[in-house]
Design a protein around this ligand. Structure first.
Ligand SMILES: *Cc1c(COP(=O)(O)O)cnc(C)c1O
Length: 389
């Protein structure tokens, strides 16, 4: 028996879906454009290492994360591929980043000068970030961009290997702001020699919608996980995406209660008749937040409603009839042709699909499927279990 977890709530990640999405995207963007797999935030909640391995296997040539901690964690799990750190890192941490062979984002001349004072290693790879209208991180003027290139030219510590920008509205139907940013990026590129550089501006939305505007790399995040970058784009995707993430639990207690029985904190739900009530071992500490009160789950291919408040570790569901303990319950995913999608949960919470897998906490173990078989289980709570003989 594989020691994975002792609790009947788990995320299932279909790595075949990740590979499918990467392969389809590669085909869509063409031979000459590289694919950078974005695995920040623990691979959008799916598991950074496992997603990275699948993406690389399917043809990604680089990984991207937000912070160096995420990159170091990947290195410590044996990932050797190039890793780009998209976010700002402390200038003081330049040596640790170099030690783990990371590609860093240079977003201002001030950062570059300060970082160079902390350098011992030579030839640290940089991608220069330019701000073309996102207002988040990056160089805003051509003169600063030129200054960065001149500084690096005369510095032994750095080597510029890429330049990039990020779009604020690529996922929206109206293209004018996107085009303004795209033109601004072209202006920046016109003042430097970028012949040898990795030049990238595309997130998932841009990669899907504008395959002729990609320069030579795409940073693929949300759609690698099988999700549409926006509701607007959902019906206009150039190929079918496969959702990789599902969330499962099981009935741990089933009981028949009489009409008028109160359920959960606050006693806000009262049974309207004799009812079968099931208890699920998942709660808001797992990311199944209290706002999901009254949301639906799938049991035996049927949509059933949660009742009463969601507790920290448990919640209750109203059953149509007696069901055995251990019956599988799907909170996100498919059962017998019925589906609760991540988009449905996002809509219920009035947010975007990106947020949903990210909010399922690390207390929930992840199970990985490859060729429909369990290939790996991960549970950060139990990393030091004795080996079974
Ligand atoms: C997160 C991120 C991406 C990925 O965007 P998706 O919309 O998920 O494809 C790309 N580039 C940068 C700079 C990011 O921060």
């Amino acid at each position: 028996m594989q020691v994975g977890f002792y609790r009947d709530t788990w995320v299932e990640v279909n790595l075949d879906a990740i590979e499918h999405n990467v392969r389809k995207m590669k085909k869509h963007i063409g031979e000459k454009v590289k694919l950078i797999a974005v695995v920040k935030a623990n691979g959008y909640g799916h598991g950074a290492k496992q997603v990275a391995e699948s993406a690389l296997h399917a043809g990604a040539s680089m990984l991207a994360v937000a912070f160096i901690d995420e990159a170091i964690s990947l290195r410590q799990q044996g990932i050797k591929a190039p890793i780009l750190v998209l976010g700002a890192i402390r200038a003081a941490d330049i040596e640790i980043a170099s030690k783990f062979d990371l590609i860093l984002t240079c977003f201002s001349i001030e950062w570059l000068k300060e970082a160079s004072e902390n350098c011992e290693s030579q030839g640290i790879h940089l991608h220069i970030k330019v701000d073309t209208g996102m207002g988040r991180l990056g160089v805003r003027e051509e003169h600063e961009l030129k200054e960065i290139f001149e500084f690096v030219d005369s510095s032994p510590y750095f080597q510029i290997t890429g330049i990039f920008t990020h779009f604020a509205t690529a996922d929206e139907d109206e293209p004018s702001y996107f085009l303004t940013q795209y033109e601004r990026f072209q202006q920046f590129l016109s003042v430097i020699d970028h012949e040898q550089l990795l030049v990238h501006c595309a997130n998932s939305a841009t990669g899907l919608k504008f395959p002729s505007k990609l320069y030579n790399a795409v940073r693929l995040g949300i759609s690698m996980y099988g999700l549409s970058p926006s509701v607007e784009m959902k019906d206009k995707l150039p190929f079918t995406l496969e959702e990789a993430f599902s969330l499962q639990t099981k009935l741990v207690h089933v009981k028949k209660v009489p009409k008028g029985t109160k359920i959960s904190y606050g006693a806000t739900y009262e049974t309207q008749q004799d009812e079968w009530i099931g208890t699920l071992p998942i709660g808001y500490a797992d990311g199944w937040i209290r706002k999901l009160k009254d949301s639906e789950v799938l049991i035996d291919g049927k949509r059933l409603s949660l009742v009463g408040r969601i507790c920290m570790d448990q919640c209750m569901v109203r059953l149509p009839y007696e069901l055995p303990v251990d019956t599988k319950v799907t909170l996100i995913g498919e059962q017998k042709g019925q589906k609760i999608s991540i988009d449905e949960v996002a809509k219920r919470l009035d947010t975007i699909n990106y947020e949903i897998p990210c909010m399922i906490s690390t207390r929930v173990p992840r199970t990985y499927l490859k060729d429909k078989q369990i290939s790996e289980q991960s549970n950060p709570l139990l990393t030091n279990m004795p080996k079974e003989s």
